[in-house]
Design a protein around this ligand. Sequence first.
Ligand code: SAM
Length: 291
Amino acid sequence: MPGFQSGGSAADWFEETLHKGFRARYRVEEILHESESNHQHLVLFRNEIFGHVLALNGVIQTTERDEFVYHEMLAHTPILAHGAARDVLIVGGGDGGMMEEVLKHKSVERVTLVEIDAGVIEFSKQHLKSICGDAFDDPRADIVIADGMAYVAETDRRHDVMIIDSTDPIGPGEVLFTEKFYKACKRCLAPGGVLVTQNGVPFMQGDELRHTIRALRPLFADVGCYTATVPTYMGGCMAFGWACDDLNVRATPLDALRERFAAAALETDYYTPEVHVGAFALPRYIERLIA
Ligand code: SAM
């Protein structure tokens, strides 16, 4: 069973296998579900601190207790900076947490979720209601079971905001970190649109962020990243890539963000307009990584 270790005492432990030289362990109070889909090994267990924890192929994806940080920052930051997003694309995101956050924006008319693994969606509808809510039943939700690479290469649609809510660049998620993928994303981004990407923890996975930024730079006028601290993703803050052809979008003044945030009547636990602006101020080691 990927990730599970006997603790040598009464409790079993789940050991995340993401990093070569570092392992985090979570005590397993109860295994709630375990299965093998066509694409990956899926496990859901309960931990005293993090609540329900979802892991795919031995790597933690999301937890009930801290999902809000990741989902709020990847959803609200581009949508409120854009200011008029009506059509949003999520690539990956089968747990539904990102879609739930995006759908809180009443101005969004359609959210397309392109997930390669139908098993993750079916599972999340049943076991992760606390994360996805009723997002999958929302009439604005359009669920596509496909490889995100194939979707962005072929679709005729143009999206105002594109959110790459992917696994790490291992297995089916690897293609979502390639130049070919980012080029195809640019093709289906509407004018003034924003692309944001999950880019791991720079302290632990610096090459991942560096590679993404290098690949995006020739394609967009404004490329950078912003950060948030998600307790589950160990090793410091996590980075989100940012790409847009309009420099004004990232530079949206705080007052405008405050107005949009108030108008959207969002209830958040991490995102605030002030955190939004501050998230783009990078520690020196991350500035160097992407220089
Ligand atoms: N928050 C998470 C994290 O950073 O670990 C990501 C969560 S979400 C569960 C990631 C989803 O991306 C998975 O359900 C996986 O099946 C999906 N995925 C991986 N590769 C994909 C691809 N090529 N196209 C579409 N979805 C993909």
